[in-house]
Structures are given as C-alpha cells and as structure tokens.
Write a protein that binds this ligand. Structure first.
Ligand code: 13P
Length: 253
C-alpha cells in the first residue's frame, strides 16, 4: 500500500430523491465510522446536497458536488458556483467527468477554467480523465490522457496539492467491465509520469490517483493493492450503503 492516504468517493450522479439520499447517508455513516486511514466523500445531486450535508455533519464523510461553474454569481441561468457549494458544506467537487465531457460537450479548456476557479474558490477537485474504447484500441490512450492532463491542469501550481486525479476509462463506466488491476496500474503509472513532467517528481509522488469504472466490493481489494491506485471514484456501487462501505473498508488500513 502506498504512503498516500486512499480516497474513496461516491458519485451519485443524477440519482436519488431527497428522502432516499438522506437515508443513504444515514445508512452509510455507521458502516464507515471506524474506517481508519481512508478519506471518504459522497457527491449527491445539487438538490440533495444541503440535506445530505446536514445528515453527515460531524461524521468522517466529506461532501462533494458533481460539477461547479466558473463564476461566483450573476446571470448564468442554471449554474452553481463553488462558493454556493461551500455554503452548503461541500469541500470537494468533481470536474471533467466523462459524462460531462461526452454528453454535455465540455472541452479541455473549459474544464481547465472550472478546475482553476474551483480551486481558487477553496474547493478541492477530483479531476476526471479517461479514454474511450476506440482510443484504447487504436493505441491513442496515452496521448488522450496526456492531453486531458496537460490542458486540464495547465497553470496550476501549489493548488495541485488539492487535486485528486480520477482515472475513469470510459468503457468501464457503468458497463460492469472493470479495468484489470494491471490495466489500472499501467494507466496510473502513466498519469503519474505526466504529472512529474508538468509539476516535478515530488508532486507526482504525492498526488492521489483514484480509479473509477465498475468498482465493486469484489474487485476493490485487488485494485487498491496496486502501488499507484490510491482510491476509487464509485458510481453504481455507491448508491447502496453496504456496497460503498465494503469498498471503503477494502481501502481502510
Ligand atoms: P460506475 O461505478 O457506475 O461504473 O461509475 C463510475 C463513475 O463514473 C464514477 O464517477
């Protein structure tokens, strides 16, 4: 196990109405209350953030958002600012999830702007990257990951310490097809090498790289045993308290 503290976050995506979201948070707390040596967060929908944050108060589970806009306030209909997210208790936001890149059309330059603004506002960022199946098959995987990192994290300096990279191969998201531990480790080693070339060896050794894509209780232990896998960003399995807790506890030390 690497010296970096594993970080396991649940991305609830566009799921759960208010009562179910609060019930999930309440169900999760006792199951991970004594999980040591692991950092934990959940990222509910905007409409449930406040209530889930209140439910989690005083627990060892941090609150995160799934997205954040690049302005503090103003005439940006439908958007939410980092400051608003912090106001309801968020310490994290996800930026660059593949569903926003591919369904909502967010590009590298916009994601860089979002990352920089969220960090400057005081949020920590889980910055997501990952290749499509065609890109992996055609041998373009490393070029894609390098482009997403160099453009997405361009211009950062000391704030990199508040960034976690989430490697989420798009072909593994919601498909039940998980990257093998070897595939995850290989990608994470490459990500760390790109971070080293951008920010230096010390920053590369310190940054945490989560794996995401069909993480389940039965594959988490083997994945986390790899040197460069520093936790998980979990979708479907984060929607049930017992399966998310089992993933968290596979990373506890
Ligand atoms: P699944 O765990 O459902 O594959 O989703 C992964 C993901 O996209 C987390 O952000």
């Amino acid at each position: 196990m690497a010296a970096r503290t594993p970080f396991v976050a649940g991305n609830w995506k566009m799921n759960l109405l208010l009562a179910d979201a609060v019930a999930l948070a309440e169900g999760l707390m006792p199951l991970v209350a004594s999980s040591a040596g692991v950092e934990i967060a959940v990222c509910p929908t905007y409409t449930t953030l406040h209530a889930v944050g209140k439910a989690l108060a005083g627990s060892n589970i941090q609150l995160g958002a799934q997205n954040a806009y690049v302005k503090e306030s103003g005439a940006y209909t439908g958007e939410i600012s980092p400051r608003m997210l912090m106001d309801v208790g968020c310490s994290w936001t996800i930026i660059g999830h593949s569903e926003r890149r591919h369904i909502l059309g967010e590009d590298d330059a916009f994601l860089n702007e979002k990352t920089r603004f969220a960090l400057a506002s005081g949020l920590n960022v889980m910055f997501c990257i990952g290749e499509l199946l065609e890109e992996r098959k055609s041998g373009a995987m490393n070029a894609v990951l390098e482009r997403q990192l160099t453009r997405g994290l361009d211009g950062l300096d000391a704030e990199l310490a508040r960034v976690v990279v989430a490697y989420e191969p798009v072909w593994a998201i919601g498909t039940g097809e998980t990257a093998t531990p070897d595939q995850a480790e290989e990608a994470h080693v490459f990500v760390r090498s790109v971070i080293a070339s951008m920010f230096g060896e010390a920053a590369a050794a310190a940054i945490r790289i989560q794996y995401g894509g069909s993480v389940k209780p039965d594959n988490a232990a083997e994945l986390i045993s790899r040197e460069n896998v520093d936790g998980f960003l979990v979708g479907g399995a984060a929607l049930k308290a017992d399966s998310f807790a089992a993933i968290v506890n596979a990373c506890a030390q």
